[in-house]
Design a protein around this ligand. Structure first.
Ligand code: GLN
Length: 454
């Protein structure tokens, strides 16, 4: 994989940082332990991985795709990083991302975009475009992403790979640099459902260092993936969400989705249509809740504690240094969201915007609860379109936000969801993703249905 990175990453730009020595050292430690007769540390011992550059690592920089953290090295490992190390998984390097995970194309990275391996003049999706592109270009067999509004699933869809957003609270956020804390969730990415399940089992689990971590056994995702591989979905009810389809979707995405539903039916699943009327307000609610949390979380980048410091020449006040640093260190999308969030939380507007958005969030959770009375899992396309040309939407933030139509409801409700390939679009020959959603703490259903379909 290091050779492959050397051969293609100049063009793909999936990685911000590669540490060959650390990866080889970790691989050698696995070999030595096996040679000494020890048991493998996990099913994935020795299998290398690409880590999104939003998880802290003591041996590599963590930039979150931002200038404000350029060169910063964390004094501690994230829990996900520690679990990977304990499982004997060598980390090849850190992958590119939209700055602080805000974006749907990876073009908001301060270090230049990642390109889609299927077509190098197209975006790989975002914010985790680096992790998805590393898989699609065979630079890594496994990757870790984070999903706040779709940043694992949408890049998976656009690159023909598999990505899972686990139930909120089941993968620790300790050492995951916060975007929007009530939505952020780390999760596994792979090229097959079973690979993704094996990685899910390594990184999930209770962590007392994350106050929102849930203390429940890890879902039996590997067993479910193996069971699903027998291709028998009799007794499983799959619900097609009426509000997640229609005119706004590319024809090739819709026809791929319809074929996927027909295939699930042929495997024995019972297909029902469900309605989630509040989903049409999900984007509006999310783009108030997320910026509100962002404006608060990113206040910590104050030029004193981390990374970049601009104008500290003895003639400027601390406030001037902070302002100059934030001006130089944050990109335009991050600034836009800090301003929207600060406005939405300000006195007199709180009830009208943030408070209202939280009520919509509750309605969306209720829609899910009602839908899961009729179906075991819900289905939709992952993204309304396939990969679009680089640059096409950079000047139009609203067009970019609309790409998150199908993925955001799950984050608002805290449930689980997977994107897996449903073939190539008849429009342009590019990959299309099928989204499977499951109730909170029922992540294994994604793997059963996903493995059967795959
Ligand atoms: N595209 C969404 C956004 O820009 C999702 C981001 C994410 O999941 N981190 O907010």
């Amino acid at each position: 994989h290091l050779d492959r990175i050397g051969a293609v990453d100049r063009r793909v730009h999936a990685f911000l940082h590669v540490d060959a020595a650390a990866a080889l050292g970790a691989a050698r430690a696995v070999d030595e332990s096996l040679a000494a007769g020890g048991p493998p540390a996990s099913a994935l011992a020795g299998v290398p991985l690409a880590l999104k550059d939003v998880f802290t690592t003591t041996d590599m920089p963590t930039t979150c795709g931002s200038r404000i953290l350029e060169g910063w090295v964390s004094p501690y490992d994230s829990t996900v990083t520690s679990r990977l190390r304990a499982a004997g998984v060598p980390v090849l390097g850190k992958t590119n991302m939209d700055e602080f995970a805000m974006g749907s194309s990876t073009e908001n990275s301060a270090y230049g975009p990642t390109r889609n391996p299927w077509s190098l003049d197209r975006v790989p999706g975002g914010s985790g475009g680096g992790s998805a592109a590393a898989l699609a270009s065979f630079e890594a067999p496994l990757a870790i992403g984070t999903d706040t509004g779709g940043s694992i699933r949408q890049p998976a869809a656009l690159t023909g790979t598999v990505g899972v957003k686990p139930t909120y609270g089941t993968v620790s956020r300790y050492g995951l640099v916060a975007c929007a804390s009530s939505l952020d969730q780390g999760g596994p990415c792979g090229r097959s459902v079973l690979d993704t399940a094996l990685l899910h089992a390594v990184v999930a689990g209770h962590d007392p260092r994350d106050s929102t971590s849930v203390d429940v056994p890890v879902a039996a995702v590997v067993e479910a993936a193996r069971e699903g591989a027998n291709g028998d979905l009799r007794g499983v009810r799959v619900g097609v969400v009426r509000e997640l389809g229609g005119d706004a979707y590319a024809p090739g995405v819709l026809s791929s989705f319809q074929a996927a539903v027909a295939q699930l039916e042929a495997l024995g699943a019972e297909v029902v249509e469900v309605s989630c009327p509040s989903f049409v307000h999900a984007i509006a609610a999310y783009y108030l809740i997320l910026p509100s949390e962002v404006s608060s979380n990113l206040a910590r980048f104050d030029a004193m504690r981390y990374g970049l410091r601009v104008g500290d020449d003895g003639t400027h006040s601390a406030e001037e240094v902070m302002a100059a640093t934030r001006d130089a260190g944050f990109g335009p999308e991050v600034k836009r969201r800090i301003m929207i969030g600060t406005y939405a939380l300000s006195a007199g507007y709180y009830d009208a915007y943030y408070g209202q958005a939280q009520k919509v969030r509750t309605l969306i959770s209720r829609d899910f609860a009602a839908a899961y009375e009729q179906a075991d899992v819900l289905l939709s396309p992952t993204s309304p379109s396939t990969a679009w040309p680089l640059g096409e939407k950079v000047g139009d933030p609203l067009a970019m936000y609309l790409q998150d139509l199908c993925t955001i409801p799950t984050n608002l409700a805290g449930g689980a969801a997977m994107s897996l390939p449903s073939g190539l679009s008849a429009d342009d020959g590019l990959p299309v993703g099928l989204q499977i959603m499951a109730p909170a703490l029922a992540d294994e259903r994604l793997y059963r249905v996903g493995a059967a379909y795959e």
